[in-house]
Design a protein around this ligand. Structure first.
Ligand SMILES: Nc1ncnc2c1ncn2[C@@H]1O[C@H](COP(=O)(O)OP(=O)(O)O)[C@@H](O)[C@H]1O
Ligand SMILES: [Mg+2]
Length: 338
């Protein structure tokens, strides 16, 4: 019988010798696919070879994508067109660009704002809207997030409590805790570029509970597959003059007792709500994605009061806990069968 063929698509400069089958992040996943009777190839993606890939990738039953051109200061235009074309020709692609748009941008924070895991969030569609409303609408410390980004890039803590002295203090999550004081004019000028090409800016209330650490809930489709816990995260506030740098994330299986409540509420309640708000059915959810939660109240019987959403990552989620692997493989099996 012909084996099902899987491509693990990762980013690589032309001439690169990178190989997903030997890379720490993917090698156990590749090995499990092979154990389960699949044939697995590592395929390197670069915008410059997308035409060739459009033909070569057609032979794969499933293409699992771990490419994030935004990290290379690019955009997803060419990659998304390729993935959409492959989908239309019958390949299973994860994550599909349409799914990423619905679930994996910072707009999701606005979509969920009225749910029990949402929060105080505004969305600005233009620099004019931002200028007219931001400083009037909100009080206290806010977090501004660009529409699409990762690694703290385009995420800013904004403290306008000294506004009467025309000073706004801005901290870019990407640059540690460096605080920059600026005038209102400079502030709005700095954010103008985030509205280019019809993009938007998301404004979330500052969550001081960041000091309790954050839980990353990993999912495959609608099932929770594991957790990560990171105690010190970006924008951790200065306490007693001490600045703590973000630390390592530790991984736990989906059965970890510490996060049992989160698994239960995600699978029963919050994932279905996310699906409804994004109009995504279970089969359209990515094979691996994650949701980051603040821990607002500890040792609280009421899970809904305990956690709130910081962000969702729907593309390029790696590393992931090893416990996710069988779920990913099972989901791919199901999608190919369908
Ligand atoms: N509302 C918030 N309150 C406090 N810290 C936040 C808030 N939102 C984000 N952060 C901090 O900034 C980091 C980056 O923000 P996030 O939304 O995760 O964007 P990115 O896509 O860059 O990871 C988070 O990991 C967290 O440490
Ligand atoms: Mg993040």
């Amino acid at each position: 019988m012909k084996k099902n063929l899987i491509a693990l698509l990762i980013y690589g400069e032309p001439g690169s010798t990178k190989n997903a089958l030997t890379e720490e992040k993917y090698k156990k996943l590749a090995a499990h696919f092979i154990d389960q009777g699949f044939e697995v190839d590592s395929v390197l993606y670069h915008d410059s070879i997308s035409d060739r890939l459009a033909k070569e990738l057609l032979k794969y039953n499933a293409i699992l994508v771990w490419v994030n051109p935004i990290e290379q200061q690019g955009d997803r235009k060419i990659l998304d067109a390729l993935l959409a074309q492959l989908t239309s020709q019958g390949c299973f692609v994860s994550a599909h660009p349409g799914t990423i748009l619905k679930l994996g941008t910072k707009e999701i924070l606005y979509k969920v704002k009225d749910t029990e895991f949402g929060g105080d969030v505004n969305l600005y569609n233009s620099i004019e809207e931002f200028k007219n409303n931001f400083l009037n609408e909100v009080t206290g410390i806010r977090i501004l997030k660009q529409y699409r980004g990762n690694g703290g890039n385009g995420v800013y803590k904004v403290d306008a409590t000294d506004l009467k002295n025309s000073r706004i203090i801005v901290t870019h999550a990407k640059n540690g805790n460096e605080e920059i004081a600026m005038t209102i004019n400079d502030f709005f000028q700095q954010f103008e570029s985030y509205f280019a090409n019809g993009s938007m800016l998301i404004d979330q209330e500052w969550n001081p509970n960041i000091i309790k650490g954050m839980v990353r809930c990993y999912l495959s489709g609608s099932q929770v597959t594991g957790f990560g816990y990171q105690e010190i995260n970006a924008l951790y506030p200065l306490i007693n003059g001490i600045y703590k740098k973000p630390g390592q994330r530790f991984y736990y299986t989906e059965d970890c007792g510490l996060f049992k409540d989160l698994k239960e509420i995600m699978e029963k309640n919050w994932v279905p709500q996310l699906q409804k708000l994004t109009d995504l059915n279970k089969e359209e959810l990515p094979v691996i994605w994650d949701a980051d939660f603040f821990i607002n109240k500890i040792n609280n019987e009421n899970t809904a009061e305990k956690y709130s959403l910081c962000e969702v990552n729907a593309s390029c989620v790696s590393p992931f806990p090893e416990s996710s692997i069988p779920y990913i493989v099972d989901m791919v099996k199901e999608r190919i069968k369908a």
